[in-house]
Structure formats: C-alpha cells, structure tokens
Design a protein. Structure first.
Length: 607
C-alpha cells in the first residue's frame, strides 16, 4: 500500500500550520481559483483568534502514486494530551524549527515523546528568509537537543531541509534553487517507512481523537493497526484493560482526502480513518472485530497538574447575560469535555453545585472556559491550585515543577531572575542568544508561575518571551508570597458614577468605568496598600443652590484596567472568584456580605 503517515511537530508560531497550507496547495488538493481560508487547519474560532493550534487534525495529500496522511499537532504543552496520542498514529515526524529562535521547550516536549517511540525525524529549518535567521547554528542546536533526548544513532543521522513555509519552498541547502516544496514531499516518501499493518489479521484500531458531529453523532478517529475495516461491519469496543464496552456497527467509514473527510467502503491496516456508529467508546479504547480479545496498547497520558473549581454563578447579576446557568447543564458540558480530552479530569465536589476540573495548565483550562462562555454559559471560577502528590517511600509532599525558558533583552535579565527567585525558581542556565538578548532557564514550581506571565510582560516592557514545560514532581519548596496589594470592594448595588470613581482613583487603579453595573462584594479596583477596602462607587455629586464662580471641573477618569480571562484567573486570591458570562468578566469576593467576610477572617486568624 503506497501510504505514509507523518506528524508535524513544532513550537508555537514556528509556522507549522502555514507549511501544511502550502503542502495542500502544491499537491493540487485545492483548485487554483478555490477560495480557502488562511491557515485552513486552524478551523476552531479560538484557534484563529489566538493563532495557535489547540486540537490535533488530520489531512491527506497525494504526491505521485503515494498518499501522505499529515497530522497537525498542537505546540503548547497544555495540550500535550493531544500530542502523545497522535504520535501513536504515525510512522515519521517532521520537526519544524524557526531559523532564528531555534528549538524551544515545546519542540523538546513533543520531540522527546516522538524519539522515545522510535520515530525517525526529518528536520525542516523554517523561516530562513528572516533577517535574524541563523540556520546553521540552529541545525547544531537541533542535533544537541536530539542527543540530550537520548536519540539513537539512526535518529541522529537525520536529513535536514531549509524552507520558507510562507513562500512555499524547501531546499536541501541554502544555495540550492528555491522553487517549491517538492524536495520535502520526496524526502517524506523516501525517508518515512510505509505503515506496517497485518492485512490478514482481524480488524483492530485505536481511537485517538473524539468529536461530536451534528449529523453522524460521535466520530472517532484513529489508525487501523490490523485487518480491513468495511462499512457496516459488526465491531466491538474494548477498554484499556480489555473489558468489553459495547458492540455495534461501523455506520460510517470516512477517510481523509485533503481537508475533507470522504465516505469510503473499506480501509486497510496503516490508514488513518474516522468511524461513526458507537455510543460509549472514547479516546484510548480499541475498536475491533468481534473475535479480537486483546486491546491495542495505548500510551499513558501525563497526569493533570492544576485544578480549578467551576461553580454556578450566584452573583446578584446572574442569569442576565447567559442562558446556561444551572449546575446540571454545566456538569453535562464538563463531562462531555473530559470524554474527548484525556488530559482533563472532572469530578463533582461535596457541595453539589460545583465541579473540580483538573488539567495541564492555565492556558488549557482558560481555553475551555472561553469556549463555554461563547456557548452561553455563566460560571464562577476559583483561583487555580496545583495538585500535590505524596512520595510513597518517604511520605514527603511533592509538587509539580516546570522547566521555564525565558528570552529577554539583556537589560531586563536582572529583574526576571529576581522575580523568579522570589517564586522559588532555581536558575539552571544563562547564555547570550544574540541580538542583545539573553536566554535564561529555570526549574520553577508550577504554583509560583500562576499569574506571573502578565507581570513578566510588564517587567520586560512586552519584549520578553517565556516558554514553560512540565518537568516532573519534586519536594515541596515552601510558601510563596502571593499578591501584595489588597482590592477595592463595592459596598452597594447599582451603576458606577464617574464622580465617585474620580475620588476612588487615588486609592489605586480601577477595573471598571462609568456606568458599569456593580453589586455588593464585587471587586472594582486594586488598593494601593496591602489591605482590602470597602468603597462606594455609586455616590453622586450633591447639588446645592449656591452658584460657584468657577465652572465645575469636568471629571476626567483614567481608562480602567481591563483584564483578559487568563489575567483575571491569575489575579484572584483564594477568597475571590471570577464571574464569567458571555459578555462580562467580573472579579468578586467569594463571600459578598462584608460581615460574613469579617467572621471568616476572624476564624482564619483563630486557626
């Protein structure tokens, strides 16, 4: 069978999805006059806005007699659950590296997984037309990275191409003609082995992604390990432990052709297909012929490291902007997410109106909240907290540690190192990275990094680059100082008045503007001191019948500090919540009544 299965691995923004676009165009998948969206593989609305890939997707191109299945993988470690499963579907990987930035932590994360599976890499050094490109140095850095990841001699003998995905060319040297991506197609056909699959064995495939289709129901995508899948054949599903989950029929069999899925009558071992017709089967389960007894082995996924509580929005403004507000609807949506995303775990908490959602990082959980918000949900979100473990041998408390790589202008190195050391980070390396920049690496506890990214951008005047990656568990590093400033809390309900806000500005920066609806217990700004302060944003100017000789000064307010969802989640303390609705993001105290807050703080002080 003339087939190749490859995954494209790269760090965020190194041009992976743009390269796939160019491959699709040059293989003749699109007609010359066909209207196609830019970055066609990023089909999800959030992916287009943020310019990142969140979900792994398949496509397929034909080159001569060979069909190449390409899987576009996410570059963020938060979506690592996607990546690990995807790699079990392919026989080779294309490692795409930016010619200026070189290999970054996400490249390392996914490449490490691929090398451990024995996949042979092809390296493509992309964006060589950048003015600050240093392709040969980056090539050496990639070799060093592979060596550090314990690559075999065969894996270290990797072929390299220089390319510009945006301009649609690849060449085996910088001096070679820059015409098209043909060298990349030919190298894939030559270097990646055809899939091994036993055709005469009974049918078996591992489900690696799950999605809901309005017409077909639940659609499971995966690679056929053995045998032949035929439309309407009887199948059963086995869990990871080999237990029977359900029996059914393949009501639809879809293969990837370009960016579309086309119905086919049958598909053979080695091909990547999507099937419909099963109601309970989920990711990492085996779909197979009735006579098969052993499941296909699935890669265990790294455990979640962060958890947040998603609860019903119980603020005075609840239900005014969203239509999905009950705990039952929220619970159903979260369970559906956990089913298709193996890196997320959901459990109901003791008070039945709340769910604890555990995942890989702030970005992953932030994306889930943003999706739910756009679907019309209203939620209250707690501060993220890390998940600790206990060492079985010593009984020691262990916490998740992340590897952090920071690229900053030389003048900001000092402030970054200082701030990271306050967060119990350990400096592991520092070297100049050219162009007046320094690359600094740390091992830092995950809880110390919650909420640091915004402060980091402020400290580096928006020029710093920070990349994080889960490293492992290590003994608890001790307490870390939280937010230093208190907050300004509204003491009544109504619409904020410009005159009152003008007087409150001297107390600290505000988060709301004139006319914003507020309620008792809502956080409206940051206090310039360390304690919380109840304030009145509703007080209007008292009118008198005495005319002043000078005209009233027009009230000029400083623009309020508006927070994005991730910034808000990172900003709050343990006694605060973020209220998320389709139109608003508000900060509030967990206990809205000031008397309840005083009682709680007295109890806390009493121990």
């Amino acid at each position: 069978m003339n087939l190749r299965n490859i995954a494209i691995i790269a760090h965020v923004d190194h041009g992976k999805t743009t390269l796939v676009d160019a491959l699709l165009r040059q293989s003749g998948t699109f007609r010359d006059n066909q209207q196609v969206a830019e970055r066609v593989m990023d089909s999800n609305e959030l992916e287009r806005e943020r310019g990142i890939t969140i979900l792994a997707k398949c496509t397929s191109v034909a080159w001569g007699e060979v069909r190449i299945n390409i899987v576009d993988t996410p570059g963020h470690a938060d979506f690592g659950g996607e990546v690990e499963r995807i790699l079990s579907m392919v026989d080779g990987v294309v490692v795409l590296v930016d010619a200026a930035e070189g290999p970054l932590p996400q490249t390392k994360f996914v490449t490490g997984k691929a090398l451990a599976l024995g996949l042979r890499p092809i390296v493509v050094i992309n964006k060589v037309d950048r003015p600050d490109a240093r392709p040969h140095e980056v090539h050496d850095e990639v070799f060093d990275l592979f060596a550090a990841l314990d690559a075999t001699d065969e894996q270290l003998d990797f072929p390299t191409l220089f390319a510009s995905g945006r301009d649609g060319w690849a060449a085996d040297s910088l001096e070679a003609p820059r015409e098209s991506l043909a060298p990349l197609f030919e190298l894939v056909v030559r270097h990646v082995p055809p899939p091994e699959g036993v055709l005469d064995a009974p049918f078996a495939m591992l489900a690696t992604t799950l999605e809901a289709d309005p017409y077909l129901g639940r659609v499971l995508t995966g690679r056929i390990h053995t045998g032949v899948a035929r439309l309407n054949m009887a199948v059963k599903a086995l869990g990871r432990d080999g237990a029977l989950l359900e029996q059914g029929r393949l009501t639809k069999l879809l293969a990837f052709r370009g960016i579309e899925r086309v119905p086919v009558e049958q598909a053979e071992a080695g091909d990547i297909v999507a099937v419909a017709g099963l109601t309970k089967t989920t990711v990492a389960d085996t779909i197979c012929a009735p006579e098969v007894t052993e499941p296909v082995t699935a890669i265990p996924v790294d455990p979640p490291t962060l958890a947040m509580t998603f609860s019903v929005n119980d603020s005075p403004l609840a239900g005014q902007e969203g239509d999905k507000v009950t705990s039952r609807v929220i619970g159903t949506r979260l369970m559906r997410e956990a089913e298709s995303n193996v890196a997320i775990r959901v459990r109901q908490t003791e008070d039945k109106d709340a769910y604890e959602v555990a995942g890989r990082g702030e970005l992953q959980l932030g994306v889930l909240i943003e999706q739910m918000r756009r679907e019309g949900f209203e939620l209250s979100i707690s501060r993220p907290r890390v998940l600790f473990k206990t060492d079985e041998n010593t009984g020691q408390r262990l916490e998740p540690i992340e590897e952090v790589m920071v690229d900053v202008d030389d003048e900001y190195t000092g402030v970054v190192v200082e701030k990271m050391s306050l967060r119990k980070a350990e400096l592991t390396g520092m070297k100049p990275s050219g162009g007046g920049k320094t690359r600094v690496s740390f091992l830092a506890p995950s809880r110390g990094l919650i909420g640091y990214h915004g402060e980091f951008l402020t400290d580096t005047r928006g020029t710093g680059m920070m990349n994080r990656n889960f490293h492992g568990y290590a003994p608890y590093k001790g307490p870390i100082e939280g937010r230093r400033n208190g907050v300004l809390i509204a003491n009544g309900a109504g619409e904020a008045v410009a005159y009152a806000l003008w007087y409150l500005e001297e107390r600290g920066p505000l988060f709301i503007g004139h006319g914003t609806k507020v309620y008792e217990g809502m956080i409206i700004g940051e206090h310039s001191r360390g304690n919380d302060l109840d304030v009145n944003p509703l007080k209007g100017k008292q009118l008198t019948n005495v005319r002043a000789s000078g005209k009233d000064e027009a009230v000029r307010l400083t623009p309020p500090r508006r927070m994005s969802l991730e910034q808000a989640i990172a900003y709050i303390e343990d006694d605060e919540l973020v209220e998320v609705t389709p139109k608003s993001i508000r900060l509030r105290k967990r206990l809205l009544d000031p008397n309840d807050r005083k009682k709680a703080s007295r109890l806390k002080d009493a121990g």
